[in-house]
Ligand binder design. Structure first.
Ligand SMILES: C[S@@+](CC[C@H](N)C(=O)[O-])C[C@H]1O[C@@H](n2cnc3c(N)ncnc32)[C@H](O)[C@@H]1O
Length: 303
């Protein structure tokens, strides 16, 4: 991952530099898991950012010749990327449910498949009209809280995290989207600061990777805060606490939505009576369960 890139020589068009950049990403064997799933899309993101253009818009004028200065800027960004820095940390932003989110090393790069459920306003699992209070537990950059607030314009949202650093990033994003009046950014170890609160919807992308697996992750994933990834020995420390405590903070008609990634098996072993529902994702991704508040009793009082 640390080889020095030789800058390309000669006059190059944007189209050629995009292809060259994608080849360098592939050659370096970088991991595509933080907002893209292939070298071309990641190259577009990096190259257009280096040119000061929007990476979420179609590539314009692909046959223009790029100046040597422009190419040097692109190579410098690529060099940092192949050395293991996530693209979103290099560009300082990403997109979640189509909304721009500022990110840096204090938070993980937003990529939860929960985005697709938010876009569907959690239908058919809940009646969106009954949702007035939402909790985003483990908010990180605040991406889920912000997307929920925008998808449910009448709802009030609490965005909680144990990391003071992450909460600073979340506040920047809440302000950027002018949502300060509807989103509260709160410091809390799971539910500890939420005594007496009741929500219609609790949404969470908690840390769920087993500690030993975190140690083996690719460099760009290890560049993210360990606190955001490490779910303890089996990966279930936070999720188990959440399942045991959520009932006190959710209305009887409410619903819990939690990402658990590839670690569904361990969850089912630990909670064999749990009534987990696993949505299918058209846009890719998996490992998110939905649980109705009324089914939390099967966690607390297994057969
Ligand atoms: C996987 S990240 C999710 C961030 C964001 N929701 C997203 O989807 O991009 C998990 C977050 O949980 C936070 N966290 C870890 N332990 C926590 C705890 N005990 N209570 C609250 N938040 C916690 C981390 O600081 C991190 O920001």
């Amino acid at each position: 991952m640390n080889a020095r890139l030789d800058p390309p020589s000669g006059k190059l068009t944007l189209r050629q530099i995009l292809a060259w950049s994608a080849d360098r990403l592939d050659d370096a064997g970088v991991c595509f898991a933080q907002g893209t799933d292939n070298a071309h899309d990641e190259a577009v993101w990096l190259v257009l950012h280096a040119l000061g253009e929007r990476p979420d818009a179609p590539v314009s004028a692909p046959d223009r010749i790029l100046s040597p200065d422009r190419i040097a800027g692109i190579v410098a960004l690529l060099q940092a990327r192949v050395a293991g820095t996530p693209t979103a940390y290099l560009t300082g932003k990403t997109w979640f449910c189509g909304h721009e989110i500022f990110v840096d090393r204090r938070v993980i790069v937003p990529r939860s498949p929960i985005a697709e459920l938010i876009d569907a306003r959690f239908q058919p699992w809940c009646d969106p009209n009954s949702v007035t209070r939402i909790l985003d537990l483990c908010t990180g950059s605040g991406c889920i809280a912000i997307a929920c607030a925008l998808a449910f314009p009448e709802a009030r949202v609490d965005a909680c995290d144990i990391s003071v650093d992450a909460l600073d990033v979340a506040r920047v994003n809440v302000q950027a989207h002018r949502l300060e009046r509807r989103i509260r950014v709160l410091h809390s170890d799971l539910f500890t600061a939420l005594r007496g609160e009741q929500y219609d919807l609790i949404v969470s992308n908690p840390p769920y990777v087993p500690s030993t697996v975190v140690d083996m992750l690719p460099a760009e994933l290890q560049a993210e805060p360990r606190l955001a990834l490490d779910g303890g020995e089996q990966g279930l420390d936070l999720v188990a606490r959440m399942l045991h405590q959520a009932g006190q903070y959710i209305h009887s008609q409410g619903m819990l939505v939690v990402e658990i990634g590839d670690f569904k098996e361990g969850l089912l072993q630990r909670f064999p009576d749990g009534r987990f529902v696993w949505p299918q994702f058209a846009r890719g991704g998996s490992g998110v369960f939905v649980m109705q508040a009324s089914d939390l009793r099967f966690i607390l009082f297994p057969a």
